[in-house]
Ligand binder design. Structure first.
Ligand SMILES: CC(C)(COP(=O)(O)OP(=O)(O)OC[C@H]1O[C@@H](n2cnc3c(N)ncnc32)[C@H](O)[C@@H]1OP(=O)(O)O)[C@@H](O)C(=O)NCCC(=O)NCCS
Length: 159
């Protein structure tokens, strides 16, 4: 698996993954709109303009898009993991761990010493995955538009 910066040629694959995660798998806590390739390109442009720093990295294996990870640096200089997703056949093979390690490396190199992630409380696999990567439970909060809670998790980056 190799990670590449987002380019518009990946937009339809990534939009499909986001829509699957959001609508079929009910995994994501961020705003609930249907993503089109064009709206994704606009979203990423906007993020790159308005965030201190924002990355969308695409995971490729044998020429195929298999997943993505996106994350940013907030105005308080904190890292925020927005989304990490792998297609089903590529899960539980150690790939997610490599993706998050690269995100942490980039955040750390750009001055972050803490990273937050928000995960729905019923996404036990993702919570366990993040715990294994050193993220600690902070608190549970009610999601504004869905009738369930999400968990705030935090990792301190040690220099
Ligand atoms: C969350 C997610 C990104 C994790 O990625 P992943 O590649 O499945 O995770 P990893 O393979 O790195 O680690 C998961 C398990 O595989 C194990 N593993 C690691 N390397 C392995 C290898 N080479 N072979 C087999 N298993 C391995 C890990 O030990 C871990 O098991 P454990 O949690 O029991 O210790 C992925 O499951 C996913 O896309 N889920 C859906 C999207 C989602 O929920 N995202 C989070 C909300 S934003």
């Amino acid at each position: 698996m190799q990670l590449f910066d987002f380019e518009s040629k990946y937009a339809s694959d990534v939009a499909e993954m986001i829509n699957t995660a959001r609508w079929k798998e009910r995994l994501f806590t961020n705003p609930q709109y249907h993503v089109t390739p064009d709206s994704l390109v606009e979203y990423i442009k906007d993020k790159k303009k308005n965030c201190k720093q924002y990355w969308m990295l695409i995971a490729i294996e044998k020429g195929k898009v298999i997943g993505y990870i996106d994350f940013e640096i907030t105005n308080n200089n904190e890292g925020l993991l927005r989304g990490i997703y792998l297609k089903h056949n590529y899960r539980n093979k150690g790939i997610g761990r490599k993706m998050i390690a690269e995100a942490e490396r980039l955040l750390k190199n750009n001055g972050c010493n803490v990273i937050y992630a928000y995960i729905f409380e019923d996404n036990a696999d993702a919570i366990r995955f993040l715990e294994r990567q050193g993220y600690l439970y902070q608190k549970a909060e009610k999601h504004s538009s869905r009738n369930k809670k999400y968990i705030v998790m935090k990792k301190e980056i040690i220099y």
